[in-house]
Design a protein around this ligand. Sequence first.
Ligand SMILES: C[S@@+](CC[C@H](N)C(=O)[O-])C[C@H]1O[C@@H](n2cnc3c(N)ncnc32)[C@H](O)[C@@H]1O
Length: 210
Amino acid sequence: MKNLLRTIFLLRRTKSTFLLPVEMIRWRKRNFTGPLPVIWKRSFIRTTGIPGVVWIETGTYKGETSYFLSRTSKQVITIEPEPTLFRTAKHRLRGESKITVLEGTSEDRFKEAIEISGNEINFFLDGHASGGETYESSTPTPLIYELECIAQSFIYLKKAVIIVDDVRLSKFTVSQQSGYPNLNYLVKWANSNNLDWYFENDMFVAKYQC
Ligand SMILES: C[S@@+](CC[C@H](N)C(=O)[O-])C[C@H]1O[C@@H](n2cnc3c(N)ncnc32)[C@H](O)[C@@H]1O
């Protein structure tokens, strides 16, 4: 059964590789702005994180990034509030001992995820309503809450990398609709916590070392 699951994942990975030219054409049409083709995006996330430590991902969706990150990390804790997506991811990732899928919103489970992750953590903050079957509530994204929790945990964290996905949604003009904090908020948050930060490939990256 485990082998069958692996095969399905490998086939999906092949599908991502196969779709790369299509995604590259779309990316070219957007003048190389916005999200990278998914296969490159996942590689960027993985190589930006601290090697070999725990990843906390918010917004599991179908568990593909969780699976990808688990190949090279100590553990992946991923949070998904939408019940059908949670069940699907849980089913697909069963037998993956390095992945824990938590059901609930970030507001419900994020603190707990930090508490069980030790003192070196990579964060991939990607939980937000994104249409279709994804979870929607009156707060389109829990990002501000997540950043507050991370700031509180700097008291005992030794090292952390924080990656916020989809920062195009934080551009001042659209953040009112997207519910995302604007870019100034992210920069102020990082500066007030003495973090090194940069924007790259539609992501905000901040690095902490005590
Ligand atoms: C863009 S998708 C995540 C994609 C996934 N990280 C990946 O790389 O394949 C966003 C996910 O966030 C979830 N979500 C929405 N609101 C959330 C919240 N308050 N807390 C955690 N996740 C949330 C949605 O149901 C959806 O599955």
